[in-house]
Design a protein. Structure first.
Ligand code: OSB
Ligand code: MG
Length: 368
């Protein structure tokens, strides 16, 4: 296949509610949308870089730079055999997985469109509907958090993830656990603790959490291994896992027992599938994380989460959890705690172009 036109846009999409984690917050998302066109069809994909370098070093600004100055000019007009090989011309680029994943994941959709199959089918998905969870940001009061947890549990989410940070952790989580003794709960610290906090983190063991996500630094696999050896609660790694190699290292060291896969963070679907497979071989469960995606990125995450070893509910909530109005139709709606995996060719949902047009802040187009 050969890409004959690329179009990159930045859109601004307001969240219904502010989303806050230990290292920063979002009121709106600055989303890069990429459209790639080949003779066989077109694909829209989403860059998930956060607005500030508080999750990883990438931002929409660095991704725009890497995509428009290096990646897109290099892949335009060049034939490729399989989706991951679309990135062959830019193998020399170090880092910037989210920018690169935007192109790699779009290439999977071009291939799905060419074959007339769904993205899920192309990736090897085995489920037509996927149980999902929800991530609740830091709230100003515990009462507000309780209110939100209650309404999201009532809505049917299969996993409730609660953001924590030093000073807002054990006591706050205990209130939730006391109110909802059987709820599937977990916590996400987004790298806000150090090994010196191990005694505090050990107190989580009384709360019957499914896991604690990324308690320590994003490069601290050794420290995570020491922490995991001293607490019962399974550690799930998010920020620390950027590749299959990181995953193997983490599992060998015992840095965690569960892996969160975000395809953007690991450079695309090729890498996501390798991580999925090597975890499956070792009996390590994985689940699909989220970056507050629009319906475009959500479609990709859902397709990935239809693979067999995604045995825990991911952070793939329904559209209305994030947006007043999504940019795709149909929007993603949860039924009995699950999202239906689109079965139409490609991403299986359609962009609402009028809406995308009105949200666009900049646009860059090249063709051959
Ligand atoms: O750590 O999983 C995270 C959102 C932005 C950055 C990092 C994270 C998150 C979430 C939200 O937890 C997950 C979602 O998209 O619903
Ligand atoms: Mg996380």
């Amino acid at each position: 296949m050969r890409i004959r036109q690329v179009e990159l846009r930045e859109i601004h999409l307001r969240l219904r509610d502010r989303f806050e984690i230990s290292t920063g917050g979002w009121d709106e998302r600055r989303i890069l949308l990429l459209r790639m066109e080949a003779e066989e069809g077109e694909a829209w994909s989403e860059c998930v870089a956060a607005e500030a370098p508080n999750y990883s070093y990438e931002t929409p600004e660095t991704a725009w730079h890497i995509l428009t100055d290096y990646v897109l000019p290099a892949v335009l007009g060049v034939g490729f055999e399989s989706p991951p090989s679309v990135l062959e011309p830019v193998r020399w680029i170090k880092g910037h997985p989210m920018a690169l994943a935007t192109v790699e994941m779009g290439a999977w959709v071009l291939e799905a469109v060419r074959r007339g199959v769904s993205l899920s089918a192309l990736l090897g998905g085995t489920r037509s509907s996927v149980p999902v969870g929800v991530s609740i940001g830091l709230q100003s009061t515990d009462d507000e958090l309780l209110r939100q947890a209650e309404s999201l549990l009532e809505r049917g989410y299969r996993k409730i993830k609660i953001k924590i940070k030093p000073g807002r952790d054990v006591e706050m989580l205990r209130k939730i656990r006391d109110r909802f003794p059987d709820a599937p709960l977990m916590a996400d610290a987004n790298s806000s603790y150090t090994l010196a906090d191990a005694p505090r983190l050990k107190e989580l063991d009384d709360l019957d959490l499914m896991m604690v996500e990324q308690p320590l630094g994003f490069e601290d696999l050794r420290e995570h291994a020491l922490l995991q050896a001293s607490i019962r609660t399974p550690i799930c790694l998010d920020e620390s896992i950027r590749s299959p190699g990181d995953t193997l290292l983490a599992l060998e060291l015992g840095s965690g027992r569960i892996i969160n896969i975000k395809p953007g963070r690991v450079g695309g679907f090729g890498s996501s599938r390798s991580i999925h497979d090597l975890c499956a071989e070792r009996g390590v469960p994985v689940w699909c994380g989220g970056m507050l995606e629009s319906g475009v990125g959500r479609a990709y995450n859902l397709a990935l989460a239809s693979l067999p070893n995604f045995t825990l509910p991911g952070d793939i909530s329904e559209s209305r959890r994030y947006w007043e109005e999504d940019i795709v139709e149909p929007e993603f709606v949860m039924e009995r705690g699950s999202l239906v995996v689109p079965q139409n060719p490609g991403i299986g949902v359609t962009l609402r172009m009028e809406r995308v047009e009105s949200l666009t802040r900049r646009r860059w187009v090249r063709s051959v």
